[in-house]
Design a protein around this ligand. Structure first.
Ligand SMILES: C=C(O[C@@H]1C=C(C(=O)O)C=C[C@H]1O)C(=O)O
Length: 94
């Protein structure tokens, strides 16, 4: 298998990852709508910890670096909270 072939495979995976991040961000909009309706804070420390522990465990199962995976998810959680803040009109919720 050539280097170009493997790079094309990587590019396909990268596209899939971006599509999934976009999907996660769409779900953040739905979360924001519920939080606005129910007056719930955007940042939920317990839920974000739950996500970080869960992805750590899955990364261990998948034999990939769990600390690196957690860092990626910290960024995803920040992106989600930023999207939710945009939806809630910046600063309406903590
Ligand atoms: C999506 C939520 O909002 C925030 C973002 C989270 C995430 O991106 O996984 C988790 C907890 C919250 O801080 C949520 O409360 O479920």
């Amino acid at each position: 298998m050539s280097l170009d072939h493997v790079r094309n495979e990587i590019a396909k995976v990268d596209r899939d990852i971006i599509a999934l991040i976009a999907k996660r961000q769409e779900l953040a909009k739905r979360v924001a709508a519920i939080k606005i309706r129910e007056g719930i804070a955007i940042h939920d420390g317990r839920q974000s910890q739950k996500v970080l522990v869960s992805v750590f465990d899955r990364a261990v199962e998948s034999k990939i670096d769990p600390v690196a995976v957690q860092k990626i998810f910290e960024i995803l959680i920040t992106m989600s909270e930023e999207r939710q803040r945009e939806c809630s009109g910046d600063g309406n919720l903590p």
